[in-house]
Design a protein around this ligand. Sequence first.
Ligand SMILES: Nc1nc2c(ncn2[C@@H]2O[C@H](COP(=O)(O)OP(=O)(O)OP(=O)(O)O)[C@@H](O)[C@H]2O)c(=O)[nH]1
Ligand SMILES: [K+]
Ligand SMILES: [Mg+2]
Length: 368
Amino acid sequence: MTTVQKIKEIEDEMARTQKNKATSYHLGLLKAKLAKLRRELIAPPGGGGGGGGLGFDVARTGIASVGFVGFPSVGKSTLMSKLTGTHSEVSAIDFTTLTTVPGTVKVHGAPIQILDLPGIIEGANDGRGRGRQVIAVARTCNLIFIVLDVLKPLQDKSIIESELEGFGIRLNKKPPSIIVRRKDKGGIAISNTVPLTNIDHEEIKAVLSEFKISNCDVAIREPNATADDLVDIIEGNRVYIPALYVLNKIDAISIEELDLLYKIPMSVPISSKEWMNIDELIQRMWETLDLVRVYTKPRGQAPDYSSPVVLKRGKCTVEDFCNAIHKEIAKQLKYAIVWGASAKHSRGQKVGLDHVMEDEDVVHIAKK
Ligand SMILES: Nc1nc2c(ncn2[C@@H]2O[C@H](COP(=O)(O)OP(=O)(O)OP(=O)(O)O)[C@@H](O)[C@H]2O)c(=O)[nH]1
Ligand SMILES: [K+]
Ligand SMILES: [Mg+2]
């Protein structure tokens, strides 16, 4: 039996099994087994598989990257070409785009890399089409645009989601607050600071046993944690990426239909062909990327608002700022003065390398 067939078999069995006290251990085992099989698919034991592939690894430029994932002919290349000014072949024929096509769009002074990708189909992460290479590129992006054709069934949305999920990508989700600390002896101790609503001790033990963990402390702080969350923590190779659902081709539907689309969370209805609602898309892209612009103020001069240093949230200290300019600067720093949201007072705050900055702060670097 192939790995794909084994996965199908387990999924079928899980669908047949009612979740209750008597079955939770068994379900926990199945979930862990499923995760292990999926890992085999991503990185087969003999090597190979997974990412890379001719034309898929492109030079990464800009401060952040956005990957376009969707079925064929939903309009990914139309959007990418118009957004970036970079040519990417457009046609009504499926699988027009065959490799990664990179382009750049500048948003609020920050260069963002856009990666147009080939269309994927159901079963992509089982190796059908170029799906695996496409999803491997998506795994490395800071934001994923799941592009959907509003003229096609909405079910396509969940197919794409499960293809990405199957490859270890978690969309619009934070890493679950679960800690598994392995020990040499002492058995399994489970503690929780929140009520366990979607997982019970039997299921936790089943998952641990399938991963051959017989001694460990499990601490669950995640409200509504599931067995899948636990598996994610044990497997450890998950990536947590924000996603926006880009609902394309709204030029072809009625206002009433458009109203319904607006109810889908994290979605932006657009028409790439007729250039409708692109401003909202760019604004939502900017907000979701959550970047931090910092303006430099040379001594005795006004800040330079034309070219911000753009940093990522969580990596936006004064030290990160210095390193973004030149790797020697942090060593030469005497102090920095920061104005803006991160500063305590409006006349500016004297800070050191570990100060965390906010979007649109102004900074002056005083050297030794
Ligand atoms: N009506 C309408 N048609 C569109 C829109 N955007 C793209 N199209 C059409 O949809 C078809 C496919 O467009 P592409 O941009 O090649 O789609 P793709 O997703 O890149 O396709 P693949 O590379 O094959 O995966 C073309 O005929 C486009 O003209 C849109 O906003 N509205
Ligand atoms: K196409
Ligand atoms: Mg294309």
